[in-house]
Design a protein around this ligand. Structure first.
Ligand code: PBG
Length: 329
């Protein structure tokens, strides 16, 4: 008895495979993270993120134009703040002439249609490397939320299209939404890092911004009192539904690959766009394995991005965005 139904018929050659392919990657899927530094003429490679760079504003201009040419039309901005400007109050975060605010203006200047999202959290500005204000050995939720709301308004005033709170404080989405409405920024969107896990995959990012929590007495050594426990699944739904109720336009799962079950759970439950952040450690792992000749870089890269989209991502924040788009075009 031979089988009448043969699934292999749909895999006979690339033409039929492409005809029945369910998941197609396009430049429109991507949000490109960009790291910005003070100075002139700086394009410095991040040691633990091969072929990924920090740019000073003059060279950021060229990079943004290059992204636009490739069809990459959305960026997610992060700044590396000089040590002497860091404190425990987020002072520099709300400086109207701060690096983030200048970066936003610069990009809107040279590429007005580029969609700009900005990271909203205090860690790059914090002398303790925490996303919030540290008070008596703890992260003060409500005080932090006030500063994050001011910071969001400051980014919107500089020209940001979306603010992206990545801090995981309670109640910040509502507070930010109200702050934006109060000053008339009704069109500024919020992409909430809603299910953000306390992950060891953020290591290279913290190298990039020199933003790791400091090792000192009375300073929490990790971010586990605000970022989620990676053992939890239902908590992600709770967090995400709350953020949507509070006014999030886009929600996010972070990191990516190890959390695709969460992405699928959310995709089945919520009806706002879902972003997935394939984080720095995921990037570094593949770069390292490829450098050793143990993995085929491009093949694994595309497989991973396709898997993220197949799981339910509507938007993918990825350090591979440029490489992927060059490969598929
Ligand atoms: C800041 C922030 C982090 C990342 C994005 N925004 C670091 C952290 O939470 O410690 C990580 C991104 C990456 O690893 O690529 N709150």
């Amino acid at each position: 008895m031979f089988p009448l139904k043969r699934n292999r018929r749909l895999r006979t050659n690339e033409t039929i495979r492409s005809l029945v392919r369910e998941t197609i990657i396009s430049p429109n899927d991507f949000l490109v993270p960009l790291f910005v530094v003070e100075g002139q003429g700086i394009k410095e490679e991040i040691a633990s993120m091969p072929n990924y760079f920090r740019y000073s504003l003059d060279l950021l201009e060229l990079e943004v134009k290059a992204l636009w040419e490739l069809g990459l039309k959305s960026v997610l901005l992060f700044v590396k703040v000089p040590n002497h400007l860091k404190d425990n109050k987020g002072t520099e975060a709300i400086n109207p002439d701060g690096l983030m605010q200048r970066a936003i203006k610069k990009i809107k200047d040279v590429c007005p249609e580029m969609l700009i999202m900005t990271d909203v959290a205090l860690d790059p500005y914090s002398s303790y490397g925490h996303d919030g204000i540290v008070e008596n050995g703890k992260i003060d939720n409500d005080f932090t939320v006030e500063i994050l709301s001011e910071m969001s308004v400051s980014h919107a005033q500089a020209g940001a299209d979306f603010v992206a709170p990545s801090d995981m404080m309670d109640g910040r989405i509502l507070s930010i939404r109200e702050a934006l409405e109060d000053v008339g920024f009704t069109d500024t969107g919020i992409m909430s890092y809603s299910a953000k896990y306390a992950s060891a995959f953020y290591g290279p990012f913290r190298d990039a911004l020199d933003s790791a929590p400091v090792d000192a007495q009375d300073i929490p050594k990790d971010k586990k009192t605000y970022q989620m426990d990676y053992a939890n699944r239902f908590e992600a739904l709770r967090e995400t539904e709350m953020d949507i109720d509070e006014g999030a336009d886009i929600v996010m799962v972070k990191p990516g690959l190890c959390y695709l079950d969460i992405v699928r759970d959310l995709k089945n439950e919520v009806d706002v766009p879902i972003a997935v952040y394939q984080v720095s450690g995921e990037y570094a792992m593949l770069k390292a394995a490829a450098e050793k000749g143990w993995l085929d870089h491009d093949a694994v890269m595309i497989e991973q991005i396709t898997a993220i989209k197949r799981a339910g991502a509507d938007i993918i924040a990825s350090y591979f965005a440029k490489d992927v788009v060059k490969l598929i075009s």
